[in-house]
Design a protein around this ligand. Structure first.
Ligand code: 4AD
Ligand code: MG
Length: 464
């Protein structure tokens, strides 16, 4: 067996204990005094561990040929370090080389700073860099904390389908899934593609949201959430859009918009706290390298109340801001990312829960407010990134729902199962979707969501 580097550095082994660690060389430095310092990382924590190898080791000649990313197994004794910065190191009794790096001069991940664009082209090797390692640990910490939060509050995790015929957001930005032979595509008498011949017997897509499915479980289990991959074929090449991203969608029965606004605030604070407590090493790195406020702004968010603001008031704020926006502001427009960022960054300086948007810019399922102009919708806007959460109270009144469908030109037939939930024991309920990559980007300060998901899917890029 072998020990995670994190455990050795955390002092879980006593001084003079013998341990074995296995990992990859980050750097090697030889001293004239006849020894080498080898930094070895294994992913378990931000810092590599320093291994000291004396020239009395039988394969010392081999050791002095170690380069970045060679894999090694080191057995040695745990020592309190005399050097600065590191408290624990290993005096090697043996250093076994497991895998060499062929031609180190052409190794794409030399131990130096690479641009994020360059690292994206090396998606299979970039996990070895300290920046992607840190992102990976924080991402993992956040997903564990999300599950823990809901579990502690009595929510059930529902696995919603990835293949579906429903267009939840009604935006038509869906990837079609088909087994039809494109060369001999079957057509009906009107010349339309005949999906009766297709695998599912109808046109099918990758899901854009698990919401409608999770609503059905909400109408029986009361408190539920889904956490899985979602897909959007929106052709936006921005730093906050992915074609494949993960979403956390809670749905709560006997609840209104204010219930889930509070839930969103509690969830965000809970997961921020988890990262601050569990990943101080990685967060210190992000504060040093990516955003100097990375830690303090999370602490501030954890310790303050989120500002709640109505869309209608936000429009007034934007109009009176004295700013010229690329997209002009007037009541009824959707907020663009420049508006969202102005509000969160300059006007408030903290996350905002924006509520009660015009119904014409929002999805069919949102509950109509008494003014008949707005819906009980909310977005959470975060500084640096804009919208990270979108949610709403759902329309639970069948007659109102049917009127909305008709108004939007949607077919009742397509929503028969969804209407059933309103026919058989309907209840007020509400929920939201938190974009997981936007959350990770916000927490780490990383500028682009492509760098916080292991294998980003964007227009023109679905390589391995
Ligand atoms: O606002 P959206 O479209 O809301 C829904 O899908 C609802 N059905 C959620 C619900 O009420 N259950 O998306 C929710 C969040 C956004 O706030 C954003 O964080 C993220 O999902 N998101 C994306 N993240 C990365 N890339 C994209 N292309 C995204 N589109 C949305
Ligand atoms: Mg949205």
């Amino acid at each position: 067996t072998y020990a995670p580097v994190a455990d050795v550095l955390a002092g879980k082994y006593g001084v003079n204990d013998t341990v074995t660690i296995k990992g990859w060389v980050r750097t090697r430095r030889d001293s004239k005094a006849g020894l080498s310092f080898i930094n070895v990382h294994d992913g378990s924590c931000f810092d590599p561990i320093q291994v000291i190898a004396l020239n009395t080791l039988e394969n010392y000649d081999e050791i002095t040929r170690l380069t970045t990313s060679c894999s090694v197994s080191v057995t040695g004794t745990v020592k309190q370090s005399e050097g600065q910065g590191q408290s624990i190191e290993i005096n090697a009794q043996s250093v076994e080389v497991i895998g060499w790096v062929e031609n180190p001069d052409t190794y794409p991940m030399a131990a130096k700073r690479h641009s994020m664009e360059y690292l994206r082209e090396q998606a299979h090797l970039r996990p070895r860099t300290n920046i992607i390692g840190a992102v990976t640990r924080v991402r993992n910490c956040l997903s564990q904390a999300v599950h823990r939060f809901f579990h502690e509050q009595g929510y059930f995790w529902i696995s919603t389908p990835i293949l579906t015929a429903a267009d939840t957001e009604g935006a038509g930005e869906m990837f079609r899934v088909s087994t039809l032979d494109m060369m001999n595509i079957p057509r009906d008498e009107h010349g339309n593609v005949d999906y009766k011949e297709d695998f599912f017997g109808k046109e099918t897509f990758l899901t854009v949201s698990g919401q409608l499915n999770v609503e059905t479980y909400c109408a029986a289990m009361s408190k539920v959430y889904t956490f899985g991959p979602t897909f959007r074929a929106e052709n936006s090449n921005t730093s906050r859009h992915l074609a494949e991203f993960w979403m956390i969608e809670p749905e709560v029965a006997f609840a209104d918009l204010s219930t889930v606004a509070q839930l969103a605030e509690d969830l965000l604070k809970y997961v921020f706290k988890a990262v601050l407590e569990e990943r101080p090493d990685d967060m210190a790195f992000f504060a040093q390298r990516v955003n100097k406020d990375a830690i303090t702004r999370l602490e501030n968010v954890v310790n303050s109340e989120f500002v709640r603001m109505d869309y209608t008031d936000a429009i007034e704020v934007l109009k009176n801001s004295g700013k010229t926006f690329e997209f002009p502001v007037e009541w009824g427009v959707d907020l663009s990312s420049e508006h969202e960022r102005y509000l969160a960054e300059e006007h408030v300086g903290a996350p905002i829960i924006m509520q009660n948007y015009p119904k014409d810019i929002k999805a069919f399922y949102m509950r109509i407010n008494d003014d008949n102009k707005t819906v009980a919708a909310m977005d959470v806007l975060a500084p640096g990134i804009g919208e990270i959460i979108g949610g709403s109270q759902r329309e639970e009144r069948l007659d109102v729902f049917d009127r909305r469908l008709a108004e939007m030109g949607l077919d009742q037939e397509d929503y028969s199962w969804y209407r059933d939930l309103r026919r058989f024991g309907t209840v007020p309920h509400a929920g939201f979707g938190l974009g997981f990559e936007r959350l990770v980007a916000y927490v780490t300060g990383m500028q682009n969501v492509r760098d916080v998901i292991p294998f980003p899917r964007t227009p023109g890029n679905a390589q391995y």
